[in-house]
Design a protein around this ligand. Structure first.
Ligand code: ATP
Ligand code: MG
Length: 415
């Protein structure tokens, strides 16, 4: 008797002929995320992917996706006398994109006695906290001597004896106990846990995220990652106006996003000379939009080198002066790659809720200076005029400034 994880695919099932490659990518991503925690079998059958610890159960047979020679793999150690999977395994499965829902299940030998003896103890935590339940059986193996209603009835009866406070409610139960009779084992499980959703990382190409130390950009990166893209980051720092703690914060944030994609890369660019040139040569109220145009130019050059196919920002309509429609149009007009702004129509509370969910919020609110705040004009122009901007930019040697930024950028691998 061992605990396994049963995974239901999300949109993957809609992908028709591509499905196999999406599935392989999902398994590859799961392997990468779980490898440091142990060695697992991945088995696909009956539209469910089963993740089982090596040494726990060998599900074998058709549909097994070989675990391969994962270098860091080591046997899974559950707590002594316990066949449960470590909590971290379950947590990491919950972070992998492409999974609609998953559940912890007990893998039992194919006998009614094993099911009746094992189910109650395995689900005791949920059942003790509930008032109502129902049992559901799914019999994929039609040679099993009992049919589904008989399995449910016997299991329900046993659970009622073990947990006399419970009542059966077939319409609206607090806990549904599901017994799945498969080819070689019976799986029993309680509630399904919602997965991270989306598409497996790496299935939709690569984007470059402009990541500040704020709340928004990491959320924007996560949202794009959920659509299956690999996210590489670029951060603009302004030393000595900004310090190493601000950069460390951005590394941490990029690391949080990479936890969902599995490894990334962060380019750090010094923008100080650009910002000083703008401050010295251009009207103060245009400083913000001019800086953002320079950021986009530099970011696009890095994106080309990275073979990223789009830029991503955490901009959100109307939030600040640089995020009006004319200001956004003005920044877009300096680059040819598409610029995605997944937060554009969201409310701040919605963004904060995601930031909390993906655990970036507490880092984002640390009070270290960002390169924009240092040079922010007192009264930024919210409706920049294209002709005026073009005229003003004549005072800057744009090509030289961009080249200098690109030449001095520093790359860091994020794991
Ligand atoms: P955030 O919370 O992501 O900082 P914000 O609402 O504070 O966003 P701005 O500071 O105007 O808005 O920045 C808008 C977007 O521009 C950011 O979401 C980010 O994508 C990009 N950006 C801003 N500052 C930087 C920076 N120092 N390095 C990289 N990108 C940046
Ligand atoms: Mg900001």
């Amino acid at each position: 008797m061992h605990e396994v994880i049963l995974i239901k695919y999300g949109e993957l099932t809609l992908k028709g002929l591509n499905r196999r490659s999406f599935e392989e990518r999902l398994v590859k991503n799961l392997k990468r995320r779980l490898a440091p925690l142990g060695s697992f079998h991945y088995t696909y059958a009956q539209s469910t992917l089963t993740v089982a610890p090596v040494g726990g159960v060998s599900l074998g047979g058709a549909g097994t996706i070989d675990n391969g020679n994962v270098p860091e793999a080591k046997p899974v150690r559950a707590a002594q006398g316990d066949e449960r999977l470590p909590a971290d395994v379950v947590r990491r499965v919950g972070m992998v994109f492409g999974i609609a829902a998953y559940c912890r299940a007990l893998c039992l030998p194919k006998s009614m006695d094993a099911l009746l003896d094992g189910a109650g103890a395995f689900l005791a935590h949920d059942l003790l906290a509930a008032r109502t339940f129902k049992c559901e059986a799914k019999r994929a193996d039609k040679t099993f001597p009992l049919d589904s209603p008989q399995i449910s009835a016997q299991l329900g009866e046993r659970l009622l004896k073990q947990f006399p406070h419970l009542r059966v409610d077939v319409h609206n139960p607090e806990v549904t106990v599901t017994a799945e009779v498969r080819d070689r084992y019976i799986f029993v499980h309680g509630k399904q846990i919602p997965g991270a959703g989306g598409l497996p990382a790496g299935s939709s190409g690569r984007v470059l995220l402009l990541i500040s130390g704020g709340i928004d950009s990491p959320v924007a990166g996560w949202m794009m990652a959920r659509r299956g893209v690999n996210v590489v980051g670029v951060h603009f720092a302004s030393p000595p106006y900004t310090g190493p703690r601000a950069e460390k914060k951005v590394h941490t944030l990029m690391g949080k996003v990479a936890e969902y994609t599995g490894g990334s890369y962060l380019h750090t660019v010094q923008l100080t000379r650009v910002q000083e040139a703008i401050k010295q040569n251009c009207p103060e109220e245009l400083g913000t939009v001019l800086t953002r145009r320079m950021m986009m130019r530099v970011a696009e050059r890095i994106a080309f080198a990275e073979r990223a196919e789009a830029l991503v920002t955490g901009e959100n309509l109307g939030q600040v002066a640089s995020q009006t429609l004319p200001a956004l149009a003005s920044t877009d007009s300096v680059c040819t790659l598409p610029v995605f702004r997944p937060l554009i129509g969201m409310d701040k509370q919605e963004i904060v809720a995601i930031a909390r969910r993906i655990d970036t919020f507490d880092t984002s609110v640390l009070p270290y200076e960002d390169c924009c705040t240092v040079f922010t004009p007192k009264h930024p122009r919210t409706r920049p005029n294209a002709e005026i901007i073009a005229k003003v930019e004549e005072a800057l040697d744009i090509e030289a400034l961009v080249n200098a930024c690109v030449a001095n950028e520093v790359g860091t691998v994020i794991v």
